[in-house]
Design a protein. Structure first.
Length: 384
């Protein structure tokens, strides 16, 4: 049951608490009568909060069990979604984005360490990949909600997600009863330095964050504004991305188990770069092909990266290390909403946004190439 509840918790953290904003962005902008630059600023607020949350997780992981952090993060995330669903003004919207950003870090970062502890060394990549599947499932749900509820306004989407979050929250408190076993020594923030290739690993995660945030946050807006797609068709592309991302983790996880974490990351970055280029083609079926490729690829990169960490760290040290490395990811994502909004407003289109996403993915590819990776490295993960 852990492998079911934890991916659903990851869905609340990422798909609902973060990526839903990308889908409702055009409707929110029209409803509130603001520019894309200002609208992008609210996305930046969410990412700044996530960045602070990552630092807080790195500290908290040296003191609290990973499952305790996931439960706390879920509780706060659901509260943030309720705020977004009933936000009467920009101030409440701001508060909701801050809370979901902070809380999401307390779910997403510990999640791979929890599921990795349930699998043996030869299937650890697959187990971690299931966390990404939860994210993908949430993207599908979000896309369907947009297609069916956009007439009720963007707030109705957040309200429905909040209700779903309550169900997951209850399941987490009922099912996740394991506790992290005591370790021989208290984990520290320096744990990341013991991981082979940690410097290019950190750098690659930063460029990954920039690339995916530009692509996902502005895919729907590009299809509507540049390609002239109706809202339903643009939401369909987002749903296709979500469906593909369900399978990305389970595909890349076993691939990394067999052929190495570094190679899996490289393949993921190549797929992301190619997808961003294909997204520039307006005619069908290329936007759907781009969404499919990106969905498969972008969940594969963090799956392989987290598996690389779990190969070389005890489960008790995983949260602290992944929290530190996620600061790089958060910094990359922090640039994207404001940068993308500014580029689109300045140029009158989203072409430059997707070109920058391509370049960021290619830079990530170079860093990933320099991450050493054994096919199946030994691990000393302790039980949850």
């Amino acid at each position: 049951m852990v492998l079911l509840v934890v991916p659903l918790a990851a869905m609340i953290a990422q798909s609902f608490g973060r990526f839903t904003y990308a889908v409702v962005l055009p409707a929110l902008r029209d409803d509130l009568n603001i520019s894309y630059t200002l609208a992008g600023s609210f996305g930046t607020v969410n990412l700044v909060a996530y960045l602070f949350g990552s630092a807080a997780v790195a500290w908290a992981a040296t003191r609290f069990a990973l499952i305790v952090m996931i439960k706390g993060g879920l509780l706060a995330s659901v509260g943030g979604l309720f705020l977004l669903g009933w936000s009467p003004n920009l101030g409440v919207l701001f508060a909701g984005m801050v809370i979901t950003g902070l809380a999401g870090a307390f779910i997403w970062i510990p999640a791979p360490g929890v599921v990795a502890a349930t699998a043996g060394p030869e299937r650890r990549g697959l187990a971690i990949g299931l966390v990404g599947s939860g994210l993908g499932f949430g993207l599908v749900v979000t896309g369907l909600l947009v297609r069916t509820q956009i007439g009720g306004g963007w707030r109705s989407i957040y309200r429905t997600e909040a209700m779903f979050g309550v169900v997951v929250l209850v399941a987490a408190f009922v099912i996740l009863r394991y506790r992290t076993g005591a370790s021989a020594s208290r984990p520290s923030l320096d744990a990341i330095r013991t991981v082979p290739g940690w410097i290019p690993l950190v750098a690659s995660y930063g460029t990954y964050g920039l690339s995916i945030s530009l692509f996902v946050n502005f895919l729907v807006a590009r299809l509507q504004e540049d390609a002239g797609f109706p809202a339903e068709a643009a939401a369909l592309a987002f749903s296709v991305l979500g469906v593909a991302s369900i399978f990305g983790g389970p595909l890349f996880g076993p691939f990394s188990d067999r052929f190495g974490r570094s190679l899996a990351m490289q393949v993921g970055f190549v797929g992301m770069a190619a997808s961003a280029i294909l997204a520039l083609v307006h005619s069908q079926p290329w936007p759907l092909v781009a969404a499919t490729m990106f969905g498969l690829s972008f969940t594969g990169v963090p799956t392989a990266l987290a598996a690389h960490l779990s190969d070389h760290l005890e489960q008790s040290a995983f949260g602290a290390a992944f929290g530190v490395i996620t600061l790089s990811f958060g910094a990359g994502q922090l640039l994207a909403p404001q940068l993308g909004g500014w580029l689109s407003d300045a140029s009158g289109s989203f072409t430059s946004v997707f070109l920058v996403s391509t370049v960021a993915a290619l830079v990530g590819l170079v860093f990933a190439y320099n991450v050493p990776s054994a096919k199946r490295a030994p691990s000393v993960i302790d039980r949850v």
